[in-house]
Design a protein around this ligand. Structure first.
Ligand code: NDP
Length: 456
């Protein structure tokens, strides 16, 4: 391959959500931009995260709909789950999205440079083939943006390499019959529900005493009950301490000195920045706690090097990385001085049922302004779609209100369409809505979301 030496206004390292957004926006302002990627274009979200995960949720959640179908007069016989078909179709869709993103880059006039980038100095990135170390390219950038994202973490225990991470789950030909999942966060809860819905026997080991720390306790307790009622074996206060065996037949020793036999184990124990191979030290970029330290303009300690997304010491979510990327481009190549608004970020866990949330939880508000200064409104009901089958999860909707100012501090929900509803509710919280504004909003009937404007 020809070795080229070329200069760009901007080199973006990493073609994930944040990097793609920054590269396209900078190019739209007329900057010459190269984006470096060693893997498929799209990053964690598109290739091995949010998108394929949500597709698996769509497949897996059909089981609940199908179980309701006879109550609506449908006869379904010989129900068979072929997870291998679902997994293959998800991979096909990911392949399509990868091509789509490559085309978007082409249209945006951004040069895609395939290979893995490493810093030679603060203006030069060497592009290598990681398999054989061959230098494929050498690029010079006036500015360099690091957007390499993160990778799943494995605990340091004997036999840890026998376990899977979420990255591996999307590459499996088929799911195992039985799985042990470690963790209580987003990925653990989402995968427990996905796999249970696809007929896998799931044991989830949680080292603490609850699921989804940081989310509203009432909602996470409701999710615990729902997951248990689906047959997910949740074990609290228990962790994995070692694994032995071979792929497909594992023996898991737990912190309570018990042994579990499982066909597979998924570590959903958090993620960390993917700094490996970047040689940041050659550019002098400062790292704190294994994350790149940036200021409120995404600038590192080196004046022409910036970082966005999961590699930084900020909030690790796709829409945040995209906005960090776009606002970086606006500030450096456009005319706006726009900063990212980190307040009131909506969150969703695509468990079954979904949990979604914006603003303060009841616990946080009690801590910050005192239990006596907040009013909690809630509505608990079975949605209309489940009223004939008389089965399936209930919805819980909660509003946390400042009793003195009447301002809505938080809006939380578990149940059908929670993520869609909370996305729209977050607009009203951004506008500083009061409980009286919710009360004065006409209900749209019969919906689930109307309960948010009819709570008294
Ligand atoms: P989370 O940070 O959500 O949860 C990590 C879980 O692993 C916690 O329950 C933690 O326990 C537990 N844990 C950590 N270390 C160990 C250990 N050594 N042994 C046992 N348990 C351990 O991480 P995830 O991996 O689920 O997700 C990573 C990130 O990806 C999320 O924080 C989020 O930013 C993003 N994400 C977002 C999604 C969404 O928006 N829907 C979906 C998936 C991922 P403890 O609570 O006790 O610390």
């Amino acid at each position: 391959m020809t070795k080229l030496k070329r200069s760009f206004d901007l080199i973006v390292i990493g073609a994930g959500s944040g990097g793609l957004a920054a590269a396209k926006k900078a190019a739209s302002y007329g900057a010459s931009v190269a984006i470096v990627e060693g893997d498929l274009v799209g990053g964690t979200c598109v290739i091995r995260g949010c998108v394929p995960k949500k597709l698996l949720v769509c497949g897996s959640s059909l089981l609940e709909s199908i179980s309701c179908a006879p109550h609506y007069g449908f006869e379904i016989e010989n129900l068979k789950i072929k997870s291998e078909v679902l997994l293959a179709n998800v991979r096909k869709e990911v392949g399509r999205l990868n091509e789509l993103h490559e085309n978007f880059l082409n249209k945006a006039n951004v040069e895609l440079v395939k290979g893995w980038g490493e810093f030679e100095n603060s203006n030069c990135v060497v592009i290598k083939n990681r398999k054989n170390g061959e230098i494929l390219n050498k690029l010079y950038g006036e500015k360099i943006l690091i957007a390499v994202g993160g990778r799943p973490k494995r605990p340091r225990i004997p036999g840890a390499s026998l376990g899977w991470t979420s990255d591996d789950m999307f590459l499996l030909k088929n799911f195992p019959n039985e799985i042990t999942i470690v963790g209580a966060g987003y990925i653990a809860c989402e995968f427990s529900c996905i796999l249970k819905g696809l007929g896998v026997e799931v044991t989830q080991l949680v080292r603490g005493d609850r699921l989804l720390k940081g989310f509203d306790l009432e909602l996470s307790s409701a999710l615990t009950e729902e997951m248990q009622s689906k047959g997910i074996n949740l074990k609290f206060g228990e962790n994995v301490s070692s694994i032995r065996g071979i792929t497909g037949s594992l023996i898991i020793r737990t912190s309570l000195d018990k042994e579990l036999h499982s066909n597979g184990l998924l570590f959903a124990t958090g993620r960390e920045p993917y700094l490996e191979g970047l040689k940041l030290e050659q550019a002098g970029v400062e790292i704190i706690d294994n994350k790149i330290k940036v200021d409120n303009k995404s600038k590192t300690n080196i004046s022409n090097i910036f970082a966005i997304g999961d590699v930084t010491n900020r909030i690790n979510l796709t829409p945040v990385a995209i906005d960090e990327g776009r606002s970086f481009a606006d500030r450096n190549y456009g005319e706006s001085n726009r900063q990212v608004n980190y307040e009131l970020i909506p969150y969703a866990v695509f468990s079954q049922p979904e949990i979604a949330s914006v603003g303060m939880t009841e616990e946080k508000a009690s801590q910050l302004i005192g239990k006596d200064n907040i009013t909690v409104y809630r509505s608990i009901f079975r949605p209309l779609s489940k009223s004939i089958p008389k089965q399936g999860s209930k919805c819980i909707l909660k509003l946390i209100v400042d009793s003195n100012s009447n301002k809505v501090l938080g809006c939380h929900m578990i149940g059908e369409s929670a993520s869609e509803i909370i996305q729209m509710a977050s607009v009203s919280l951004m506008l500083g809505a009061k409980k009286s504004d919710f009360d004065n909003t006409m209900a749209l009937h019969p919906t689930i979301a109307e309960e948010f404007v009819t709570m008294r």
